[in-house]
Design a protein around this ligand. Structure first.
Ligand code: ADP
Ligand code: ASP
Ligand code: MG
Length: 418
C-alpha cells in the first residue's frame, strides 16, 4: 500500500506572475515532494492575464454570456500549467500539465460561473503513482457536451479543493501573496492580524462577504468533503508542512470561539428601490418571484412602513453585475404592474460591510457595538442582514474604508502594538 501522503498545492496569480516566480513556486513543490509526499499542483493565470483576456472579449462584444468567452479567459491558466511543468522537468522531476477537459473536470453549463459537478481523477492518480507531478490548469472545466467553462473569478481555489477531494488528498495548501487569512484585508487595515485558524463556517461567510483570499465555493467544497485546507505565502521560506499559515478547521476543534473574527467588505452590490409599490398581500412575491426565476440573487431586503396605508417603498440588493437585468425583469413583471405607478431606482454607489464570528451565536451585543460604532463615524445604514454568525450593513461606498477600520478597532481586532 502507498504510504505517501497526497497533497494538492495551488499557486495564485501573483505567485506565478512571471517565469522567475514560477521557478520559485516549483522549488516549493519540490521541497514538498522531497518530504516524501505525492504532490499535485494547481495553477492560476499569471497575475493580470485574466483581466487582459476579459478586456479583449469586451472590446469585441459587451455581453459575456457566450461559451466562447470561457474559451478566451481559460487560456491564461493553460500557459502557467505548461510553464510550471517545464520548471519541474528542468529540475529533474517528471511532470505533466493537464487542462480541465483532459482530467476531466466536469462542470455544469453556466458559462462564466460554472460549478464543478464531477472529477474523474484516474489519470492524475496514475501519474502520481508513477512519480509524475501533475500540474492542473485552475479555473476551468468542461461540460458533458465538451465545451470549456470557467468557474468565476478566483475559481482556481475551487479547482484545487475539488481536485483534493477527488484524490482524497491529505491536505490542500493554497499559496498566495499574503501569509494567511487576516482579521481583515491587510491591504485596507494595516492593523489586521493573521488568524492561526478559522472555522469553515467563518471562512465561508468571510469569503462570500468579500475576503477574496479564498473563493467561496472552495470553502464550501472543503467543508462538505472534509478537506484540510490552509492558506500560506508563496513568498516566505516555509512550505506547507511547516503549518505557518492559517488553517481552516472544524468548529469542534476551536477551543475559544471569538465573537468577531473578521471584518469584510464588498463593493459588488447594487441597491434597488421600488418607490410607491402597492402595500398589499402578494407584492413581495410579485417582485422576488420573477427575479428568482431570472436567476438574480437578492440579498438584503427592507420594506418601509407605509405612511398612507396604500403604498410603500421596497429596497433590496442584488449583485452589481445583475442591476440592469433586475431592472428589466421588474419592468416586465406582470403582477407588479397592476396599479403600480412608482419608480425603480438603481444605486450603484453602495458597499456592504460585515462582521463575522462563530462566537456570535452565544453572545448578544454585537449588533449594538456595530451600529453605535458606525453612528459615531456619522455613517448611515441603508439596509441590514444577519445570520447566526454575521451581521452585514449596506452603506455609502465612500465610507467603506472608514467603516471597516472603525469596526476592526471596535471589536478589538487591531494587532497589539510592539
Ligand atoms: P491569488 O491570486 O493568490 O488567488 P487573491 O488576490 O485572489 O490571490 O487573494 C489574496 C488577496 O486577498 C490578498 O492579497 C489580500 O489583499 C486579499 N484579502 C482580502 N481579505 C483578506 C483577508 N481577510 N485575509 C487575507 N487576505 C485578504
Ligand atoms: N485566473 C482567474 C482569475 O483571475 C482564476 C484565479 O486566479 O483563481 O479570476
Ligand atoms: Mg484568488
Amino acid at each position: 500500500m502507498d504510504m505517501k501522503k497526497k497533497i494538492v498545492v495551488k499557486f495564485g496569480g501573483t505567485s506565478v506572475a512571471d517565469p522567475d516566480r514560477i521557478e520559485k513556486a516549483a522549488e516549493k513543490v519540490i521541497a514538498e515532494v522531497k518530504r516524501g509526499n505525492r504532490v499535485a499542483v494547481v495553477v492560476s493565470a499569471m497575475s493580470g492575464v485574466t483581466n487582459q483576456l476579459l478586456h479583449y472579449c469586451a472590446q469585441i462584444q459587451s455581453g459575456l454570456d457566450s461559451s466562447d468567452y470561457d474559451v478566451v479567459v481559460a487560456s491564461g491558466e493553460q500557459v502557467t500549467a505548461g510553464l510550471m511543468a517545464l520548471a519541474l522537468q528542468k529540475r529533474g522531476f517528471k511532470s505533466q500539465s493537464y487542462l480541465g477537459w483532459q482530467v476531466p473536470i466536469i462542470s455544469n453549463t453556466q458559462h462564466g460561473r460554472a460549478r464543478i459537478q464531477d472529477i474523474r481523477p484516474e489519470i492524475l492518480n496514475v501519474a502520481m503513482a508513477n512519480d509524475i507531478i501533475p500540474v492542473i490548469a485552475g479555473f476551468q472545466g468542461v461540460t458533458e457536451g465538451g465545451r470549456v467553462t470557467t468557474l468565476g473569478r478566483g475559481g482556481s481555489d475551487t479547482t484545487a479543493v475539488a481536485i483534493a477531494a477527488a484524490l482524497r488528498a491529505d491536505r490542500c495548501d493554497i499559496y498566495t501573496d499574503v501569509d494567511g487569512v487576516y482579521t481583515c484585508d491587510p491591504r485596507i487595515v494595516a492593523q489586521a492580524r493573521k488568524l492561526p485558524c478559522v472555522t469553515y463556517e467563518e471562512m465561508l461567510e468571510m469569503a462570500a462577504l468579500g475576503a477574496k483570499v479564498l473563493h467561496p465555493r472552495s470553502v464550501e467544497l472543503a467543508m462538505g468533503w472534509g478537506v484540510p485546507l490552509q492558506v500560506l505565502s508563496s513568498f516566505g521560506p516555509q512550505i506547507g508542512s511547516d503549518l505557518p499559515g492559517t488553517q481552516v478547521v472544524r468548529e469542534e476543534s476551536v477551543m475559544e470561539k471569538q465573537i468577531v473574527n473578521g471584518v469584510t467588505y464588498t463593493r459588488n452590490e447594487a441597491k434597488i428601490t421600488l418607490v410607491s409599490v402597492p402595500d398589499k398581500p402578494g407584492i413581495a412575491a410579485s417582485i422576488f418571484g420573477p427575479l428568482g426565476d431570472a436567476g438574480v440573487n437578492v440579498d438584503m431586503i427592507v420594506q418601509n412602513i407605509s405612511s398612507d396605508g396604500k403604498t410603500t417603498d421596497m429596497t433590496f440588493t442584488v449583485p452589481r453585475g445583475d442591476a440592469d437585468l433586475t431592472k428589466s425583469v421588474l419592468q416586465r413583471a406582470p403582477d407588479l404592474y397592476v396599479g403600480y405607478v412608482g419608480d425603480i431606482r438603481v444605486d450603484l454607489h453602495v458597499s456592504k460591510v460585515s462582521v463575522v464570528g462563530i462566537g456570535m451565536t452565544s453572545h448578544s451585543g454585537v449588533a449594538k457595538t456595530m451600529f453605535s460604532t458606525l453612528a459615531q463615524e456619522g455613517i448611515n445604514i441603508r439596509a441590514i442582514t444577519t445570520s447566526e454568525i454575521k451581521i452585514s450593513v449596506l452603506i455609502d461606498e465612500d465610507y467603506t474604508e472608514l467603516a471597516v477600520r472603525a469596526l476592526h478597532t471596535a471589536f478589538g481586532l487591531d494587532k497589539e502594538r510592539p
